[in-house]
Ligand binder design. Structure first.
Ligand code: UD1
Length: 368
């Protein structure tokens, strides 16, 4: 069986890694890896291949950055001849980035079956580029691997044949568990200067939050205020770094050096998987607009405040540690104070987030 898997952007890497590791167990599976190159920096891509032991891609499309249309079109143009030549039995795509949708569309037009991992999630907000990617990818995929109950319910409501839907759990949690021994040993807290002290972790990169200066300023106002009580470590995404540069917000570059009381917002470059998970696992609070981090924080028992109006991952609210707090400065601050007053919650796992999702997926793929 020839399985061609596609990766492209940072959130793809922790989803594809457990799947390619699982495929290796079967000598009758020929695993081919294509990297679209949507993310290309060492910080955003290179270090993840290394740390997550993802094999060197068989094909690199090197599409790089661009508008949505350009990025999508470039993946399609460059992937089509690869698929025509290799003719895999199935193309596996993960998540909801532009590379996911572009690869699914290219394969299905060549009548190659597509399997979508992390299917069925819906924010019901079509202004989010990822929501469009999710809708299109699910509409054209042949096998839909669902991470949480809401995914199945959403697909059924959209009229999808129940025979295509497989509730298998969350492949990203496989990655978290597989590399637990590595991140548990990381000395990132000592390196950053927050070992043994309560601290928070911030990530922010959604276009709706960072592209408008007024919105970014409003969010940063809340973070600066929270940073006066508890140091916040902020690994800054390249999109956000460009936008932050034009704002006048007090950011520190070293917690020890810049402020005698060791508080504030410490901006660092994007971290690798191992250091980031180590940092999150011991954090007192996470403030984010990321999708995956809502899931990881839940399993690690870290309170998560999601600075968005919605989530496509409702299990993290009903069965996890996540709260959707929106983007109002006062609401974010009030929720953060509340979390910091409460005892740390226990880790919580929605059904089938048990580290064995990739086993279930590959076992189903082998039978189709
Ligand atoms: C993409 C995904 C988003 C995901 C995020 C995680 C889509 C529509 N969006 O958003 O779902 O949560 O990745 O990071 O697919 N850049 C670099 N180096 C890189 C990559 C990007 O400097 O390696 C800069 C470029 O200036 C680029 C900008 O970041 O224009 C945005 O990158 P892009 O891939 O367009 O979208 P993300 O915001 O990263």
């Amino acid at each position: 069986m020839k399985i061609l898997s596609v990766v492209g952007a940072r959130p793809n890497f922790m989803k594809i890694a457990p799947l390619v590791h699982e495929m290796r167990k079967y000598p009758d599976i020929e695993s081919i890896l294509v990297n679209t190159g949507q993310h290309y920096d060492t910080a955003m891509a290179g270090q993840f291949f290394e740390q997550l032991e993802i094999p060197v891609p068989d094909v690199s499309l090197e599409v790089g950055s661009g508008t949505h249309a350009v990025q999508t079109a470039e993946v399609m143009k460059r992937l089509e001849p690869v698929l025509e030549k290799l003719r895999p039995d199935v193309v596996v795509v993960v998540g909801d980035v532009n590379s996911t949708m572009a690869a699914a569309l290219t394969a299905v037009k060549l009548h190659i079956p597509v399997a979508h991992v992390e299917s069925g999630l819906r924010s019901f907000d079509r202004a989010m580029p990822e929501e469009i990617n999710r809708l299109v990818t699910d509409a054209i995929s042949d096998q839909l691997f669902v991470s949480e109950e809401s995914g199945r319910a959403n697909l059924l409501k959209e009229g999808v044949d129940p025979g295509k839907i497989h509730f298998v759990g969350n492949v990203m949690i496989d990655c978290l568990e597989r590399f637990r021994p590595l991140w548990a040993r990381s000395d990132v807290r000592q390196r950053i200067g927050v070992d043994g002290v309560p601290y928070g972790v911030v990530t922010l990169h959604r276009p709706s939050n960072v592209d408008e200066p007024a919105m970014l300023e409003k969010l940063m106002e809340a973070l600066v205020d929270i940073g006066r009580q508890i140091p916040l470590i902020f690994p800054v995404h390249p999109r956000t770094r460009q936008r932050l540069a034009s704002l006048d917000v007090p950011l520190v570059t070293s917690l020890k050096g810049a402020q005698a009381n060791g508080k504030g917002i410490l901006c660092v470059d994007p971290l690798g998987y191992v250091d980031f998970m180590a940092l999150v696992s011991s954090a007192r609070i996470v403030l984010t607009d990321s999708g995956g981090l809502q899931e990881e924080a839940s399993v690690l028992g870290v309170p998560c405040l999601t600075m968005r109006e919605n989530t496509e991952r409702p299990a993290t609210v009903t069965h996890g540690t996540n709260r959707i707090v929106g983007t109002s400065t006062t609401k974010i601050m009030a929720e953060a104070w509340r979390v910091l007053d409460e005892p740390k919650p226990a880790p919580k796992r929605p059904a089938l987030w048990d580290g064995r999702t990739s086993e279930r997926i590959i076992s189903i793929l082998r039978k189709i």
